[in-house]
Ligand binder design. Sequence first.
Ligand code: NAD
Ligand code: UDP
Length: 344
Amino acid sequence: MAKQSSNGDFNTSTKAPPPPSPLRSAKFFQANMRILVTGGAGFIGSHLVDRLMQNEKNEVIVADNYFTGSKDNLRKWIGHPRFELIRHDVTEPLLVEVDQIYHLACPASPIFYKYNPVKTTKTNVIGTLNMLGLAKRVGARILLTSTSEVYGDPLVHPQDESYWGNVNPIGVRSCYDEGKRVAETLMFDYHRQHGIEIRIARIFNTYGPRMNIDDGRVVSNFLAQAIRSEPLTVQAPGTQTRSFCYVSDMVEGLIRLMEGDNTGPINIGNPGEFTMLELAETVKELINPNVEIVMVENTPDDPRQRKPDITKAKEVLGWEPKIKLRDGLPLMEDDFRARLQVPR
Ligand code: NAD
Ligand code: UDP
C-alpha cells in the first residue's frame, strides 16, 4: 500500500498506470516524446514551450483558446515541423496521442479570471477532468499548474505544502482559488483511482517578458506605468506582501517536477518577500525615478501575505530560483518598451 500523508502526498501509485499509447513505438512516430501544453500561448506556457522545443527529441502540441494568450507568443515556432498549435477550449474533450501533458490552461490574472467566473470554474474543473481523461486514455503523465491561491489568505507564514489554506468559498476570487483546489482533488483522485502519473506545482507569483500588459497583475502594471510615466498604483494598504519568481526559474522548476518522481504538490516560487510599496519603490528606482507612487483602493479578499516555503522543492527537485527581483525586472523592460512603443 502506498504511504500517504494527510496532505495526500503519494510517491507511489496504488494501481499500475495504464500502458503507454502504442503510437509511442509506431513506425511513423518521429520524436521520442510528444508533449501537450494546454495554455501554451500564455505567459508561462510560451516560455515553457521555448524550453521544451530546445530539445530536439521533443514534439510539442499547444492547445489554447487564446482567451488571455496569443499566437504572437509562439510565432517563432509556428511552421516548425516539431510544433503544432490547436485552437481548442479545454472545457471540450481533446483527442491527441501524447506522452506528457503540462496542463496550464486557465487565466491567471484576477481581472481576467473574475471577468467570467463561471467559465473560470469550468476551465479548472471540466478542463482538468478532460485532460485527466486524456491522460488516462493514452497513459500520459500529467502536470497541473496549481497556485499559491490554494492557501487563500494564509494563517501560516511562510506557506509549506502541508498547510490546507484559508480560502473564502463564496468570494470573488473563489472561482479561481476553489477551482484550482478541485483541480488538485481531481488529480489525486485519478491518481488513486486510476493509477495516473500526476505532478502538481503550486506556483507563486511569476513575472517576466510576455506578461499581458494592463492585465492588472502588479508587476506588469507597475512596469507599464513606469514606462508610460504614469503614477504607480499601489493598492491599499501597500503593506501586503508577495514573492516574485522570474519566469525562467519557474520553467526550470516545472520541467524538473515533470521529469522527477514526486507527485507533489510542490511549491515553486521565489521566497524573496516584498510589500507592494517596496515593489513600487524598486520599479521606480530601476525603471523611471521620476514617476509618482499613489495609493488606490484595493479589491476584495486580497491576501495579506504570501511567501513560499521551498524546502521541498530544494530537497526533492534540487531546485531553487536563481534570479533576484532587482535583476529580473530590468530583463522585462525591452519587451515591454517594444510592445508599448516607448523607446528608452
Ligand atoms: P496566462 O493567462 O498568460 O496563460 C493562460 C493560458 O491559458 C492563455 O494562453 C489562455 O488563452 C489559455 N486558456 C485560458 N482558458 C482556457 C481554456 N478554457 N481552454 C484553453 N486555453 C485556455 O497565465 P499564466 O500566467 O501563463 O499562467 C499559466 C498557469 O499558471 C495557469 O494555470 C495559472 O493558474 C498558473 N499560475 C500562474 C501564476 C502567475 O503568477 N503567472 C501564479 C500561480 C499559478
Ligand atoms: N496590486 C497593486 N497595484 C496594482 C495591482 C495589484 O498594489 O496595480 C497589488 C494587489 O492588491 C495584490 C498584489 O499587488 O496585493 C498582487 O496582485 P496580483 O493581481 O499581481 O496577484 P495576486 O493577487 O493574484 O497575487
